[in-house]
Design a protein around this ligand. Structure first.
Ligand code: PMP
Length: 362
């Protein structure tokens, strides 16, 4: 087997053991004589998968009973609009912290249905190279929520400490760093994220919503778009993305077996330390635009001295079967996405390549 070293920004690497399990169960799932792709979403066999995915997530993150865990379609992008549609309305405001392209998109949708404010932005010279400090946030105590993007996939920044928003709940888009480590969920009223980076395949979006916020959700919007509909029917109001949820369940089992989120955090810290270590050893060669205290543990972005060298770097990467290293088209350069299931061995091989490349071309 000649698997690639997968640094894709999403959809991204999955654990090999999970893929093998999917393969082994594909033709006959749980003795049904059918694949999981063919069973009813109302069957006992599927129900067990659905509920196990929820309870494993609850266990791994220590999510209390006053939060609902929903599995929806539509990607994180649908949540950019579902969140304000449910929680805002004429005259109701929310604070948005703008730290990159995804927060901008979320803000744009909120403007269509309510009166959101920008509580802070770190767009400087068209670039987002840091996370704002607490004292920069202009928070409105009357806001219904404060929206943040916990990890900025394109710009390579990440909130290391979540903001203090007083009594106003945080709503977070955790698409690109959900489950990278344990965290205290109490300040969060709602968390959402597409699965395809740190949790599983594309197709399912996780929404975790606290009861007090759920109670405030509107009921005068289309039924399918109401959080209340999906909470009441345990995400089975309509056919959920069965296959994606099944893989999420296997991924969560894998994390638990390995040692839970404390273990996951250690792995992720070690991987990021290795890559940033190389960048910092060759600061004239690998130019990282992000402020050190805002660096993402998931996506490391950097430039080389010229575009020509960047192309050479990417060309040479092919021989090592490194994939997904080209920076986002809006920013260029190189991006190393080292999500949860990118093995440490892949990161080690890339780090060595980076060292050799710098020595050969500096
Ligand atoms: N938010 C963040 C932080 C993302 O990285 C992405 C996708 N790269 C999205 C939202 C959009 O997600 P989706 O494609 O699932 O709608």
């Amino acid at each position: 087997m000649n698997r690639a070293h997968n640094f894709n920004p999403g959809p991204a690497a999955l654990p090999l053991e999970v893929l093998q399990k999917v393969q082994s169960e594909l033709l006959d799932f749980a003795g049904t004589g059918m694949s999981i792709l063919e069973v009813s979403h109302r069957s006992k066999d599927y129900e067990a998968v659905h509920n196990a995915a929820q309870s494993l997530m609850r266990e791994l993150l220590g999510i209390p009973e006053n939060y609902h865990i929903l599995f929806l379609g539509g990607g994180a992008s649908l949540q950019f609009s579902m969140v304000p549609m449910n929680l805002l309305g004429p005259g109701v405001s929310a604070d948005y912290v703008i730290t990159g392209a995804w927060s901008q998109k979320a803000f744009k949708e909120a403007k269509l249905v309510g009166n959101p404010r920008v509580a802070a932005t770190t767009e400087e010279d068209g670039k987002f190279t840091r996370i704002p400090k607490q004292e920069e946030l202009q928070l409105d105590p009357q806001a219904r929520y404060v929206h943040i993007t916990s990890n900025n996939t394109i710009f390579g920044t990440q909130w290391h400490t979540f903001p203090n928003t007083g009594n106003v709940p945080i709503v977070a888009d955790m698409s690109s760093d959900f489950l990278w480590r344990p965290f205290d969920i109490k300040p969060f009223g709602l968390i959402y994220g597409g699965a395809q980076k740190n949790l599983g395949p594309a197709g399912v979006t996780v929404v975790i919503i606290r009861d007090d916020l759920l109670a405030l959700c509107r009921e005068d919007i289309p039924i399918i778009l109401r959080f209340k509909t999906h909470a009441k029917d345990n995400s089975l109001y309509n056919t959920p993305p069965v296959f994606a949820i099944y893989i999420v369940k296997l991924v969560l089992e894998w994390i638990k077996e390995k040692g839970g989120l404390a273990w996951m955090e250690q792995e992720n810290r070690a991987k990021a330390a290795r890559i940033y270590g190389v960048i910092d050893s060759y600061p004239e060669f690998y130019r990282a635009p992000v402020a050190k205290d805002s660096r993402s543990f998931m996506n490391a972005v950097f430039r080389l001295p010229s575009e020509e060298l960047e192309n050479k770097f990417l060309e040479g990467a092919k021989a090592h079967r490194f994939v997904g290293l080209k920076g986002h088209r809006s920013v260029g350069g190189i991006r190393v996405s080292m999500y949860n299931y990118v093995p440490k061995s892949s990161v080690e091989e890339l780090a060595r390549y980076m060292e050799e490349f710098a020595r050969a071309h500096a």
